[in-house]
Design a protein around this ligand. Structure first.
Ligand SMILES: [Fe+2]
Ligand SMILES: [Fe+2]
Length: 319
């Protein structure tokens, strides 16, 4: 037997072991062998998710200094801080795949890795804090609950903790909107205006329609993704409609109605051309979000340098 035969057999065996783990819905762990495509897909997805948590701090962070009461300020501060934590768990999950946090941050800053397009829309009123909690964290939950069962162990475990916090975020958003809806006509109008702006971008958070999502099939075969984009979007709409009724807001979609036969809501399609424009970097806040993130990164350079020097010094002393 030649060496190349042996390697061929070994890699076939490894592939079979991997396939068996996936087939019995078990977890792949960082030390297990995995196909390079699986690893790359995960790095891309987990990094994009981590970046979204970090960039996602900006739209709401914009309102911290202008929160209408001490209570609202404390809630918002805690929520934005949670998002920073989510980013850190996810960067750590990504590091187990061999991609360092520094490297991933660089890719965010130079635009080679993306974050969710939802964070490229501006927050124009305090009602947006509530709408983001209700619709954006709500859509995130629909996307992320199935990811608790994703095939890569560290990602799935990070998602379990993140999902608990996301449902708290969603409820705080809903509670804020409910409070405003019980207030003055002006406050109710603020809520409606905010929901009108965020409804379609929230639907876009599930990604393009299945027919235009070429990577979905492979990601589902690998157990990285558990549901298709259209499935998740449907689930989100069905979950949100009764909540909108309870709030007393109108969702801005003339095609939205219950379909008895399907046992689900029919609804209109977002403007996918607009979505592609935002993905390509031409959304209302893309440039501002990245400029802000770059500045924060530069301003934090001394902290990274000090931490690195301290770690080197400590290991010298210990060594
Ligand atoms: Fe989050
Ligand atoms: Fe959140």
């Amino acid at each position: 037997m030649t060496t190349s035969d042996a390697t061929g057999m070994e890699s076939r065996e490894l592939q079979e072991q991997f396939d068996a783990i996936i087939a019995r819905n078990d977890r792949i762990e960082p030390r297990d062998w995995m196909p390079e495509g699986y690893r790359k897909t995960l790095v891309r997805q987990v990094a994009q998710h981590a970046h979204s948590e970090i960039i996602g701090m900006q739209p709401e962070g914009n309102w911290i200094t202008r929160a209408p009461s001490l209570r609202r300020k404390a809630i918002l501060l805690a929520k934005v801080q949670d998002e920073a934590g989510h980013g850190l768990y996810l960067y750590s999950a990504c590091e187990t795949l061999g991609a360092s946090r520094g490297e991933l941050t660089q890719k965010l800053l130079d635009g080679t890795q993306k974050y969710s397009s939802i964070f490229n829309y501006p927050t124009l009123s305090y009602a947006d804090v509530g709408t983001i909690g209700w619709l954006v964290d709500g859509a995130a939950i629909c996307n992320q609950v199935p990811l608790c069962r994703t095939s890569f162990g560290p990602y799935g475990r990070a998602m379990i903790r993140i999902c608990k916090e996301e449902s708290f975020h969603q409820r705080q958003g809903y509670e804020l909107l409910m409070t405003m809806m019980r207030g003055t006509d002006e406050q109710r109008a603020m809520v409606q205006e905010s929901v009108d702006r965020f409804w379609w971008p929230a639907l876009m958070m599930f990604g393009p329609p299945d027919a235009e999502s070429p990577n979905t099939a492979q990601s589902m075969a690998w157990g990285i993704k558990r549901n298709t984009n259209d499935d998740l979007r449907q689930r989100f709409v069905d979950m949100t409609v009764p909540q909108a009724e309870a709030l007393g807001v109108t969702l801005p979609d003339p095609d939205l109605r219950w379909n008895d036969e399907r046992g689900a809501h029919d609804f209109g399609q977002p403007d996918w051309d607009d979505f592609m424009q935002v993905v390509k970097g031409n959304g209302p806040c893309n440039a501002q979000r990245i400029a802000h993130r770059r500045k924060a990164h530069d301003d934090g350079a001394w902290v990274r340098e000090a931490a690195t020097a301290f770690a080197a010094r400590t290991s010298e002393v210990a060594g």
